[in-house]
Design a protein around this ligand. Structure first.
Ligand SMILES: [Fe+2]
Ligand SMILES: [Fe+2]
Length: 159
C-alpha cells in the first residue's frame, strides 16, 4: 500500500478541522470541511460501518480532487502536475484499501483513516493554499483575505 505523501503520524489524534484550514475560497473551503468530517467519521467507524464510511470518503475525495484538478488545468496553474499526482496517489491508496476491506481487513482501513487525517491539513495549507492564491490573483489581482472569527474546532467524534 503506498503511503500518503507528507504524513505526520504525531498529529493523528487531534481534530482535523479548524479555522486554520480556511483558504478564502468558499467552494473549496466548504468541500474541505465536509471531507474533514467524513474522515473523522471513518476514524471512528465500527467494523460494520467501515465500508460505508470509506465509500463516503472516497466519493467525496474523488469529486473534490476532480474539481481542483479542473481548476488547475483550466487556469494553467504552474505546479499542477505535482498537486494532481498527490490527489491520484491518495485515491489509488483508498481504492486499494477498499479492496482489502472487502476481504475483511478492517484494521487496514482504520490505519489509513488516521494517515488521511494526518495528510489532509498540510495538503490544504500548502498545495491547496497555493491554488487558491493563484485563483484569487487571477480573478481579483490580489491574495485572498481570510477572516477567522476564532471559532473553536469541533471536537473529534467520540470513538
Ligand atoms: Fe488538493
Ligand atoms: Fe483540496
Amino acid at each position: 500500500m503506498p503511503a500518503f505523501p507528507a504524513m505526520n503520524p504525531t498529529e493523528t489524534s487531534a481534530p482535523i478541522w479548524s479555522d486554520s484550514l480556511l483558504l478564502g475560497h468558499a467552494a473549496i473551503d466548504g468541500e474541505h470541511e465536509q471531507l474533514a468530517e467524513l474522515i473523522e467519521r471513518m476514524r471512528c467507524a465500527a467494523a460494520p460501518e467501515m465500508a460505508q464510511a470509506l465509500d463516503a470518503v472516497l466519493q467525496h475525495a474523488a469529486s473534490h480532487f476532480a474539481a481542483e484538478n479542473e481548476l488547475m488545468r483550466t487556469t494553467a496553474f504552474p505546479p499542477r502536475d505535482c498537486h494532481i499526482s498527490e490527489h491520484e496517489a491518495v485515491l489509488s491508496t483508498l481504492r486499494g484499501v477498499r479492496a482489502r476491506l472487502a476481504r475483511g481487513e478492517v484494521e487496514v482501513a482504520r490505519r489509513v483513516a488516521d494517515e488521511l487525517a494526518a495528510w489532509f491539513p498540510p495538503h490544504v495549507q500548502h498545495l491547496d493554499s497555493a491554488l487558491t492564491h493563484w485563483l484569487c490573483k487571477l480573478q481579483h489581482g490580489a491574495k485572498p483575505v481570510v477572516l477567522r472569527v476564532g471559532r473553536k474546532p469541533e471536537a473529534a467524534l467520540a470513538c
